[in-house]
Design a binder for this molecule. Structure first.
Ligand code: PXP
Length: 240
């Protein structure tokens, strides 16, 4: 069954706009689960622009589905993950000046470092997912790290200006999914997915989990978190 991981970072973004205590991402996680989220995703960035350390600790205690901690492969973050023990970790590239995660990880370009990080996390029973573009060499290198999962970057698909380009990007995602499965990797996907564009990605054979944030939090501001998540679950089944 295809599952939905709800990324609640932008609830914390609103809170940090005033450096206050509301809205609380922990409450958002509870409501997302009531709306049918299969997992909760939070990205603890090096600059702490949205999620705070306190959020990750409280999410660990509160989340009843599974907690996916998104983070950069740094010593600081590895130490936090080993302490908090999320249900899985997604390693992402991080640049301070970016608005959101821009591209996939270059696994092939830093194989030894990533192998080491994957090994330390997975030895502590924290499965690792690597956020990568649907690129043959990156998928192969991901398998070489022994990571359990990859998360295919759907940004190029989501941002495609024309339907032919979107179709081409969807085909790359499909091929990436097939290659990854044949190498024994499990496959998630995310970035830029919306109520409108999610269904074709949801239909890709072997896809396990979609991680979706911005569009759900945006809708939640207007209709509430439970309804926004319920509607995304419908969109993933082509029923919205
Ligand atoms: N997956 C990863 C690895 C991400 O970095 C993000 C953005 O934080 C998402 C999924 C969710 O993207 P969006 O907010 O565009 O749905």
């Amino acid at each position: 069954m295809l599952t939905l991981g709800v990324n609640i970072d932008h609830v914390a973004t609103v809170r940090q706009a005033r450096r206050t205590i509301e809205p609380d991402p922990i409450a958002a996680a509870v409501l997302a689960e009531l709306g049918g989220a299969n997992g909760i995703t939070a990205h603890l960035r090096e600059d702490r622009r949205h999620m705070q350390d306190r959020d990750i600790r409280l999410l660990r205690e509160t989340v009843r589905t599974h907690l996916n901690l998104e983070m950069a492969a740094t010593e600081e973050m590895v130490a936090i993950a080993l302490d908090v023990k999320p249900d899985y970790v997604t390693l992402v590239p991080e640049k301070r000046e970016e608005v959101t995660t821009e591209g996939g990880l270059d696994i092939a370009g830093s194989l030894e470092k990533l192998k080491n990080v994957v090994d330390r996390l997975q030895s502590a029973n924290i499965p690792v997912s690597l956020f990568i573009d649907a690129d043959e060499a990156q998928i192969k290198a991901s398998a070489d790290t022994q990571a359990k999962f990859i998360e295919l970057h759907t940004g190029k698909y989501a941002d495609a200006p024309k339907s032919e380009i979107r179709q081409k990007e969807l085909e790359s995602l499909k091929l990436g999914c097939e290659q990854a499965l044949s190498l024994g990797l499990r496959v998630n996907a995310g970035h830029g997915l919306t109520y409108i564009n999610v269904y074709p990605v949801a239909c890709l054979p072997g896809m396990e989990e979609l991680n979706i944030g911005h569009t759900i939090v945006s809708r939640a501001v207007l209709v509430g978190m439970e309804r926004a998540v319920r509607e995304m679950k419908l969109a993933m089944r082509g029923e919205f």
